[in-house]
Design a binder for this molecule. Structure first.
Ligand SMILES: Cc1cc2nc3c(=O)[nH]c(=O)nc-3n(C[C@H](O)[C@H](O)[C@H](O)COP(=O)(O)O)c2cc1C
Length: 324
């Protein structure tokens, strides 16, 4: 595991050039119309080892979990625990939970040399996030979004994207997207549910299509992508520039390569990456494996595996049952 401060030491001044190239090459690919398969930001889960795994198994872009910018700016220990990367990560976007330009620019400056872009979370509907004026609350105060994007573009040389949910009045979503485009957003991800809708609610792909038709920005569709076939259908249906998956990739990080369940080699890769780079709490490491193995285990096996308490116990179990 390498913190970004350590990477700078390893690479010296070359790091700036390296990441400038990474930023530009990702933007070029997106703007040239290359279809993007994207691993969604996921609190607790989309940390370094999982991002590396997804990148290796078919994702073109990966996102960190939402990082609270204010805390990140204030505390070194928050920075060390919330953000780790290494020289092998590329096309990785850092997502911030933030509601003002000062905090966003300060946080972005700290990571800009080690990522390919900054995303503002404008879609998290959790009560505490809404109450503090972050996440989907920003959709109700879009001027804050425009101000953050504008100031970030002026002050930090890094592409800036936003991840939004649709609103019950789609005119408001269209208006927001048009203004975001004018102000200089690089791309937009649209989760096709409103803030009030749970993940079991069907995704409104017509709304995503409408957004795409009303902007010349690259648009990524998010919601209910569990197979490559679904990703392709959404592409056809909406005309978007990419699709983003969250829960689908948790249960099958190789879904964008066309696998219908996690290949055992992918699980082996995950264990190797985790062993080499760390960057995950053991409980989350275990949780990832529970998701990836879901299709392989019956009820009793699931319950036996869930009860294991140590990393060595988890590794022994997987070695015995899956890696001969
Ligand atoms: C465990 C988990 C954590 C999430 N954390 C974030 C987050 O940090 N930032 C964010 O924008 N969305 C977050 N989301 C929402 C997803 O990025 C995505 O928008 C949503 O799950 C819909 O996609 P899906 O149908 O592919 O799961 C999270 C979702 C899950 C399941």
């Amino acid at each position: 595991m390498t913190t970004f401060e350590e990477i700078k030491e390893i690479n010296g001044n070359n790091i700036v050039k390296l990441y400038d190239n990474k930023k530009q090459s990702l933007l070029d690919k997106i703007n040239n119309g290359e279809f993007m398969k994207i691993q969604a930001p996921m609190v607790r889960f989309s940390r370094l080892p999982f991002r590396m795994l997804c990148r290796k198994w078919g994702c073109d872009i990966t996102y960190t979990p939402m990082i609270m910018a204010a805390e990140f700016n204030r505390s070194e220990s928050a920075r060390d625990s919330d953000y780790t990367t290494n020289q092998f990560e590329d096309q990785m976007i850092v997502q911030f939970g933030v509601n003002n330009a000062e905090e966003l620019c300060a946080a972005a400056e700290k990571v800009a040399n080690t990522c390919s872009g900054i995303d503002i979370n404008c879609g998290c509907p959790q009560r505490w996030v809404m109450k503090e004026g972050y996440g989907a609350n920003l959709l109700l105060n879009p001027d804050k979004i425009y101000d953050m994007v504008k100031q970030l573009n002026n002050r930090v040389p890094v592409p800036c994207s936003i991840k939004i949910r649709i609103q019950p009045d789609l005119n408001k979503t269209i208006e927001l997207v048009k203004r975001a485009e004018k102000i200089g957003v690089s791309w937009i991800t649209v989760h096709g549910r409103t803030s009030a809708m749970r993940s079991s609610h069907p995704v409104d792909y017509d709304a995503i299509k409408l957004v795409k038709e009303n902007t010349s920005l690259p648009v990524f569709a998010n919601g209910d992508v569990f197979t490559l076939e679904q990703a392709n259908t959404i592409k056809e249906k909406t005309g978007v520039n990419g699709v983003m998956a969250a829960r689908g990739l948790l249960s099958n990080p190789a879904l964008f390569m066309g696998y219908d369940k996690t290949p055992i080699e992918c699980i082996e890769d995950f264990i190797n990456i985790y062993s080499e780079y760390g960057g995950l709490h053991p409980i989350i490491f275990h949780r990832h494996l529970i998701y990836m193995l879901y299709e392989y285990q019956n009820k009793n096996e699931k319950s036996e595996f869930n009860k294991i308490k140590t990393v060595s116990g988890i590794l022994d179990y997987i070695n015995d049952k899956f890696l001969f």
